[in-house]
Write a protein that binds this ligand. Structure first.
Ligand code: GLY
Ligand code: MN
Ligand code: MN
Length: 255
């Protein structure tokens, strides 16, 4: 059922990506997801969907979905369906007009690399926090390369200097609830991953306009989220929606 929830959620995101055009409203894009979820037999959304254009993506729990999507901006969609009680939970961030700008691409590639590092760290026996730490290291390295932070990656992690740009953990258990039941820690000890556990992997980068952010990056908010099962020898990614720059641009090409 989780696999089916992931499949239908993926189809909803692909439909939204295909339909997106400058001048569309966030709620019209939300309706594309709802349409696909119901069409494929899901009962509806597993949680209040986020469709956030431009700097709205820097607001973590943006759910008003009432703005018009501007040409040249990104849109972040965090949505998943509920299928026979089980939840999908996917985030994609893509250009409203189908083509990333240079600055958008630079920031996007950092989050994509962080997600790849995190997924590679999901394996049986690893402490739950390991994939967050893997993502964080890549994100902080990227923050230095983007000119958001200055100093050594270890020092910046130690000082939590990344917090203005990445303020949440890299994922959570997924199941009947989108933030499913289950302990993350037993006392001081992180829960060890075991085959059959399902979790999300969702690093992000949130560059609210302000003096700490170079002007060309201001207002960029990116998160990439997939649903992952721990297997006997690693993991299996349940969700399947284009996420490389090339694959997103190819899917969105309208000619
Ligand atoms: N959609 C809620 C979350 O990503 O945790
Ligand atoms: Mn999530
Ligand atoms: Mn989500």
């Amino acid at each position: 059922r989780l696999r089916r929830a992931a499949d239908i959620s993926s189809a909803g995101h692909i439909r939204a990506m295909r339909q997106c055009r400058p001048g569309m409203t966030e709620f019209a894009l939300e309706a594309e997801l709802t349409h696909e979820f119901r069409r494929q037999g899901a009962s509806g959304h597993a949680y209040g969907p986020i469709v956030a254009g431009g700097a709205g993506a820097c607001v973590l729990h943006y759910v008003v979905n009432d703005k018009t999507l501007a040409d040249g901006s990104l849109v972040l969609i965090d949505a998943g369906c509920e299928f026979e009680g089980y939840a999908g939970d996917i985030t994609r961030t893509f250009p409203v007009n189908g083509r990333f700008s240079g600055a958008q691409r630079d920031a996007y590639e950092v989050v994509l690399a962080a997600q790849a590092a995190a997924i590679a760290a999901v394996r049986p026996g690893a402490p739950f926090i390991a994939y967050h730490e893997a993502a964080l290291r890549v994100l902080v390295q990227g923050m230095v390369e983007l000119g958001l932070l200055h100093g050594s990656v270890d020092g910046l992690i130690e000082q939590e200097a990344y917090k203005p740009f990445y303020m949440h953990r890299t994922g959570h258990w997924l199941g009947l609830d989108v933030h499913d039941a289950g302990a993350y820690k037993d006392g001081e000890k992180w829960t060890a991953l075991a085959p059959g556990m399902v979790l999300t992997v969702e690093p992000g980068l949130y560059l609210r306009p302000g003096p700490q952010v170079p002007e060309h990056l201001q207002g960029i908010g990116i998160r990439i989220e997939d649903d992952v099962r721990v297997t006997a020898d690693g993991n299996e990614v349940y969700t399947s929606v284009p996420k490389t720059v090339a694959d997103i641009e190819a899917l969105m090409r309208h000619d």
